[in-house]
Design a protein around this ligand. Structure first.
Ligand code: DAH
Length: 348
């Protein structure tokens, strides 16, 4: 029996040299240690032997079986490793190859400018509030000194939605009236409200039927025009550069008295005159003024105790000037290539 086993093992050692594939492994397993394999077969006629012989044969066959299993197992491992290596080599990714560029968007420049405004105002203690774009005539006009039939309403080319009571707000100033009327006239206010406004303008390079304003309002004790000037000057320096100079020209709005137009020195030519500032050295960025006596009163504040200032910046205008964009429609054009251009300008 021992001889027979030795012969089978040496036959296996020969055979195993030719094992190259996983199928060969399956075959060789079946041939030697499978259900009717050569080694398993040795146990078949055990009943013909005496108990002592059976014990001895059993041990010999078991040792042989273990040896065969180990030999085949080692070979199997070798083959699996080779297969894996081949696969890894074939499927290797060359990370040094230049990748194809993925077209991504970039943050909207308009959003960026609005966020910059918000950051600066928040750092000065202002709250950022929201208001409805679908607005009531009362907030958009009446509480702001523009009663029905007032000729200045025409200038606002309003989109009326339902009769003459519901409209798309023509400016963000109604938020002032909303905030003040919500306070019972006994609390200071310090807010900005960036948001969309709508007018029946024909769209061209500088006009859009939808545009963005950044409204601001402060109501407190002893607020004067000089506070407005100081605040706007600090804001503009922070947003447009420390060397920015501000200028306030007399103007007229129904909801402020006195009213001003806010200009900043042209950041392109530093006031010398160029095509951005149309050779004036100045750029207009919004309107402002001291909150009108009647507006305070109409919104529940005692104008003899409280005073305030308000302003409205044109967000697209600020963004256009800051980033050298010459067509307002660019902001509403969904073209990744254009936002990419803005992105690059940001990086410079
Ligand atoms: N609402 C004005 C407009 O749309 C801008 C404005 C002017 C807002 C003066 C104000 C202000 O708050 O005080 O043209």
């Amino acid at each position: 029996m021992k001889e027979k086993v030795e012969q089978i093992i040496s036959q296996l050692q020969e055979d195993i040299k030719n094992v190259k594939t996983t199928q060969d492994v399956v075959d060789i397993k079946a041939k030697y240690i499978g259900k009717s394999g050569l080694i398993t077969d040795l146990m078949k006629n055990m009943k013909d032997y005496s108990p002592e012989e059976r014990k001895e044969i059993g041990q010999i066959v078991n040792v042989a079986k273990n040896e065969a299993t180990e030999l085949i197992g080692t070979k199997e491992e070798e083959i699996n490793k080779a297969i894996l290596n081949e696969k890894l080599e074939k499927e290797a990714i060359d990370i040094s190859l230049p990748a194809t560029e993925i077209a991504t968007g970039a943050p909207s420049i308009l959003e960026k400018v609005i966020e910059d405004f918000e950051d600066v105002f928040m750092s000065m203690g202002y709250d950022v509030v929201d208001g409805p774009e679908l607005e009531e005539d009362r907030y958009n006009f009446e509480l702001l000194g523009l009663p029905k039939g007032h000729p200045a309403r025409d200038a606002q080319d309003t989109f009326y939605v339902k009769g003459d009571e519901l409209l798309l707000r023509s400016h963000t100033s109604p938020v002032q009236a909303r905030v003040m009327t919500s306070k019972n006239g006994d609390e200071p206010v310090r807010i900005i409200c960036p948001g969309k406004a709508y007018r029946r303008d024909d769209d061209d390079a500088t006009h859009s039927h939808q545009f963005t304003q950044i409204e601001g309002l402060i109501v407190d004790k002893d607020i004067k025009l000089s506070d407005l000037k100081g605040t706007v000057t600090v804001i503009c320096k922070r947003l447009f550069g420390e060397d920015t100079v501000t200028r306030f020209r007399p103007s007229y709005y129904q909801f402020t008295e006195p009213s001003v137009e806010m200009d900043i020195s042209c950041f392109n030519c530093k006031g010398k005159g160029c095509n951005i500032c149309k050779n004036t050295g100045w750029i207009t960025i919004g309107g402002a003024g001291v909150v009108h006596y009647d507006v305070l009163k109409g919104c529940g504040y005692d104008p003899n105790k409280w005073s305030g200032f308000a302003f409205g910046f044109g967000a697209e205008r600020c963004a256009m000037l800051k980033y050298g964009i010459n067509d307002i429609r660019t902001f509403y054009n969904v073209d990744l290539r254009e936002s990419k251009v803005f992105d690059r300008k940001e990086e410079q």
